[in-house]
Design a binder for this molecule. Structure first.
Ligand SMILES: CC(C)(COP(=O)(O)OP(=O)(O)OC[C@H]1O[C@@H](n2cnc3c(N)ncnc32)[C@H](O)[C@@H]1OP(=O)(O)O)[C@@H](O)C(=O)NCCC(=O)NCCS
Length: 203
């Protein structure tokens, strides 16, 4: 029976060859997500499919982006290297830029973002989306608290109509902060629901 692992994609990659393999794997998953779930995303398959290799490498080299990879493991070989496993989902976590840290009195809240969540259709409905979102919350909880009293929040946007993603996020503690967010992309406008997850202040 298959089991599944979630790994933080090593960044920087061990070497250039490994970086190229990570990039090819992520490109394949991302294009499948845009092609198969057109109405779930604001980005378009047609806009990304013809992009040069540098476009995909830049996403991996972005030092604010963290990729969590969901991979299928067989129980006998659960310590396989990430590239030896079959990748079946991912999510991108984007750390805040300095401009995304809001100050109120002595407190600062830093806006992290969760985006691009995708689970391959043949493994949906068995709790893996939930595990990836929980892993995102866990990652930010571990890395988002700073000595200067900075508390993280996690923002995400769900395109109107994508009720499975909206339900999943709300079930895991995200709450709606803007029910009708207007997003412009490549000359088109979209409506989305913007949500936020608040982290508890560490004791
Ligand atoms: C949204 C997505 C990530 C969910 O992944 P998943 O592995 O099927 O989700 P889970 O099995 O963890 O389900 C968790 C919850 O999601 C909701 N959910 C999942 N699939 C659903 C569906 N088809 N209809 C309604 N709700 C659904 C349920 O609330 C479920 O809770 P439950 O355990 O009480 O049933 C997956 O469907 C996907 O990749 N969709 C296409 C891409 C996408 O929409 N990404 C999000 C962009 S914001």
């Amino acid at each position: 029976m298959a089991s599944f692992s979630i790994d933080v994609l090593p960044s920087p990659a061990l070497n250039h060859d490994t970086l190229l393999q990570y990039s090819a794997r992520l490109k394949a998953l991302r294009l499948r997500s845009l092609k198969g779930d057109t109405k779930s995303f604001i980005s378009k398959y047609e806009s990304e499919v013809g992009q040069p290799e540098d476009f995909w490498l830049a996403r991996l080299r972005n030092d604010r982006a963290v990729h969590l990879i969901l991979a299928r493991d067989s129980t006998e070989s659960s310590d396989l290297e990430l590239l030896q496993k079959q990748w079946v989902g991912f999510v991108v976590i984007v750390a805040p830029s300095r401009g995304n840290v809001k100050h109120t009195g002595q407190r600062s809240s830093a806006e992290w973002e969760m985006s691009a969540l995708y689970i391959e259709p043949d493994v949906r409905g068995q709790g893996l989306g939930k595990r990836l979102v929980e892993a995102t919350i866990d990652y930010i909880g571990k890395h988002g608290f700073k000595d200067e009293g900075e508390t993280p929040v996690c923002l995400t946007s769900v395109r109107h109509g994508n009720d499975s993603a909206l339900g999943l996020y709300q079930k895991l503690g995200f709450f709606v902060i803007e029910p009708n967010e207007h997003i412009e992309k490549e000359g088109r406008s979209y409506l989305a629901t913007q949500l936020r997850f608040d982290f508890q202040q560490m004791p």
